[in-house]
Design a protein around this ligand. Structure first.
Ligand code: GLU
Length: 302
């Protein structure tokens, strides 16, 4: 049975969310996203929820989660409590996976990254998904059921992949994404998730993936407007497909520009680009950050 994914509580006003992953310290790119969420919430007369996206149990650290709460408070941003932490909700994601599996839309994949690279290499071509990762060649899709059972019974580690063609055949007809600009004017654009191939919805280590958790949580939290970086624009096609498959409400999306460093490279926590706490230690104030990023109009506490 699909868990009830209707929003918790009545949806009486626009709901936005800022959803960082605590796998490093927040940098200026996060500050931009958090402040833009605050600005659009104000324009829409809505509220921004904070969500801690910590499903990556190998890379996320409680200390980074603590630090991000501190950094956001320093920036002058306050959020309703309690804050949702994805690692508290693995049972919910597992139930959604079960439902998709019951409908024949998932299959276990036992391939390691090296095996995928080798299989793709043997084909003599290297098709990639929009994030630049090798497109899964479908090795495990056609495994005989007895072989699947044997490997599962042996406890072989596996991911769960979406049967993209079957899922699209069911519901990608006329798939669109609602978009809105900074003045909250709405439009709609066509999206096609097929370029992602059979995406992983259940990881080896936890019963979800980013795509599944973000889609389920946006629905459960009644999110009406998703404001996030342009690096997630292409992935929205997957989220739209999952919303259709699961019968979930469709938020409106705004993908903002990415803040780049002096060399024009996207800031990433992995290279520790300008953590906010480092700026703070250098004597830069939250007001300076807000002004530099173009949010001089947002008062602290807005
Ligand atoms: N947790 C993601 C990140 O830190 C953002 C996900 C989203 O906004 O949909 O990049």
């Amino acid at each position: 049975m699909l868990p009830d994914l209707a929003p918790i509580g009545p949806v009486s006003r626009p709901i936005l969310r800022f959803a960082p992953s605590p796998n490093g310290y927040l940098h200026l790119g996060h500050a931009y996203s958090a402040l833009l969420n605050a600005r659009l919430a104000r324009r829409l007369g809505g509220v921004v929820l904070l969500r801690i996206e910590d499903i990556d149990i190998g890379r996320c650290r409680p200390a980074y989660a603590e630090a991000l709460l501190e950094d956001l408070a320093w920036l002058g941003l306050a959020y309703p409590q309690p804050v949702r932490r994805q690692s508290d909700h693995f049972a919910t994601y597992a139930a959604v996976l079960d439902e998709l599996r019951r409908r024949g839309l998932l299959y276990p994949c036992f391939c390691s990254r090296a095996e995928i690279a080798a299989a793709v290499g043997r084909r003599g071509e290297t098709p990639r998904d929009p994030d630049g990762a090798l497109l899964y060649p479908g090795t495990c899709r056609a495994l005989a059921p007895a072989e699947v059972e044997r490997r599962l019974a042996a406890g072989t580690l596996h991911t769960l992949r979406l049967r993209m063609d079957e899922a699209c055949a069911l519901c990608s007809e006329g798939l669109t994404m609602r978009v809105c600009d900074c003045d909250c004017r709405e439009g709609s654009v066509a999206v096609d998730p097929r370029c992602w191939g059979d995406v992983v919805l259940g990881r080896r280590d936890v019963p979800t993936s980013y795509h599944l958790a973000v889609t389920v949580d946006d629905a459960l939290q009644g999110v009406t407007h998703v404001v996030r970086g342009a690096d997630l624009l292409a992935a929205t096609a997957i989220h739209r497909l999952l919303q259709r498959l699961l019968g979930l409400a469709e938020p409106c999306y705004h993908h903002h520009r990415l803040i780049t460093d002096d060399d024009g490279r996207k800031l990433a926590k992995s290279v520790e680009s300008l953590p906010l706490r480092q700026l703070r230690a250098r004597g830069i104030t939250a007001g300076d950050v807000r002004r530099d990023l173009g949010f001089g109009d947002l008062e602290a506490g807005a």
